[in-house]
Design a binder for this molecule. Structure first.
Ligand SMILES: [Zn+2]
Length: 485
């Protein structure tokens, strides 16, 4: 038995000013066939799990290219076509195969391709023909289009957000694939369009209970092979944007459709209650200043480079300055040009500097001032779980008593070590401002006296009712009140 596997993934915020070319893929993950590292990144677990199973079950795994770019804006047309054709050529060379098992994201948009995964999967289907199994694992922050559905036997999506379960879901994908090849099951997809878009963290209710419930259904009903909630991705301005419910049954499409509808309407009934409550920058800074113990962590939740923004918003910093906050540290503001200027000036220098808010509207204004260059670090890194996340050449500057870290590689604020690496003891500051939506929580909670979720400015299209979409549907919630009525 011969099975082909490959990975082609990124998440495209079509409103982001940060465009993506081949260098961006190479900077995040680019592995030629057979060269994927032993540990998976978000979308590449089908390869590492597939390797283990190939040894255990004795089939041939033919690896194609595996590549992933960190979330950002539009993908360059030649970059997408080049990576796509590279993998398709590898598939042609691997024929005949019994199955194609892919790692995708599902929200990639390239210049000229609104549905890149649909384009890619349709071409895979053309190459292997109608009778060969094609399946993929995807991120739920994606668009489930008719084109990609028609080209594929089944999909499995991560259930958790934050995505802690990408390896577990790759195991599901492979188990269903191998059971299908053995003739034990016949996967059929049933989809219900929830006609809504929202943000669904699974770390809190109501989504925590919803995911627990669907996992229980999977375990208890042998007709059900897999259930996925496709959250949708509101920063992707594409025609099939929105939340969908997917049920993969063992040859029971009517049962699957009824269940997808029932679950989808249940999700719809809880619209608007999923996300954690947020406060604006004025309230966040006032509350942090009034706190009796520190540090108070203010998360700038929407200027999160992990969601594709530049990470250079200054709205919260401007508010700290306006309320004359001292004893505060800001990590980070992305500004490679300002970092270069600080590097030229040297540690200890006092210079006139303009920094931040250069990339997009809704991120505040550049900050001007006489700053002290306190510490400079080349190729700075912060801890990220067991590994490290780079944030590039970085400068720790001080302005009106506020310590600010400027960085040159966009990175969300995963861990307090981003401050200590730059010579700032995070536990000694009263206020820490960071840029992250969700992922910061595990590492910052142990040192935080309090955590405030702040929605500052409009760096991200987080209010679909007001986002100036040109291509996304306008007849879904919250653009309309009751699209099912
Ligand atoms: Zn995601």
């Amino acid at each position: 038995m011969r099975i082909f596997t490959a990975v082609l993934a990124t998440e495209t915020n079509t409103f982001s000013p940060i465009c993506v070319d081949r260098r961006a893929f190479e900077a995040s993950l680019y592995a030629a066939p057979g060269e994927h590292p032993e540990t998976p990144t978000l979308c590449s677990a089908p390869i590492t799990v597939g390797r283990r199973l190939a040894v255990e079950k004795g089939f041939d795994l033919i690896e194609g290219t595996a590549t992933w770019a960190d979330p950002a804006g539009l993908v360059n047309r030649l970059t997408y076509e080049g990576l796509r054709d590279e993998i398709l050529d590898q598939l042609r060379a691997a024929l005949p195969v019994d199955a194609v098992v892919l790692g995708l994201h599902g929200a990639m948009v390239a210049d000229g391709y609104e549905d890149t995964e649909g384009d890619f999967l349709a071409r895979v289907r053309d190459i292997v023909g109608p009778n060969i199994l094609v399946c993929a694992e995807l991120d739920p922050h994606s668009h489930l289009t008719a084109k990609r559905r028609a080209a594929t036997d089944f999909f499995v999506y991560f259930k958790e957000f934050p995505h802690t379960d990408f390896v577990d879901r790759a195991e599901d994908l492979w188990r269903i694939a191998l059971d299908t090849l053995a003739g034990h099951v016949k996967p059929v997809m049933s989809v219900f369009d929830c006609r809504m878009i929202d943000v669904y963290p699974t770390s809190r209710d109501p989504m925590r209970s919803f995911v627990d419930k669907i996992m229980q259904m999977e375990a208890e009903d042998s007709d059900i092979l897999s259930i996925s909630v496709i959250h949708g991705f509101m920063a992707g301005d594409v025609p099939e944007m929105g939340t969908k419910m997917l049920v993969v049954t063992d040859g029971k499409p009517e049962k699957g459709a009824a269940l997808a509808r029932e679950l989808g309407l249940k999700l719809f009934s809880k619209r608007g209650t999923f996300i954690m409550p947020q406060i604006d920058e004025r309230e966040a800074v006032s509350r942090a200043l009034a706190a009796t113990s520190g540090p108070v962590v203010i998360a700038d939740v929407w200027d999160n480079p992990g969601g594709g923004t530049a990470g250079d918003a200054t709205v919260l910093l401007a508010e700290l300055l306006a309320q004359d906050a001292k004893d505060a540290a800001v990590g980070t503001i992305w500004d490679p040009m300002a970092v270069q200027i600080c590097m030229a000036a040297g540690e200890g220098a006092e210079i006139q500097l303009r920094f931040g808010a250069k990339s997009a509207p809704g991120t505040g204004n550049p900050i001007d001032g006489i700053v002290k260059v306190v510490k400079l670090v080349r190729n700075a890194e912060m801890r990220f779980g067991e590994s490290y996340a780079p944030f590039g050449d970085a400068a720790h500057i001080r302005l009106h008593g506020i310590d600010i870290i400027l960085n040159s590689t966009r990175a969300q604020s995963f861990d307090p070590s981003l401050f200590s690496v730059m010579g700032i003891d995070p536990t000694s500051r009263k206020i820490l401002v960071i840029k992250s939506t969700n992922h910061f929580y595990a590492s910052f909670a142990p040192i935080a006296a309090e955590i405030l979720y702040c929605s500052a400015g409009t760096p991200y299209p987080n209010n679909p009712a007001r986002t100036p979409y040109r291509r996304a549907p306008r007849d879904i919630w919250p653009m309309v009140d009751n699209p099912h009525g």
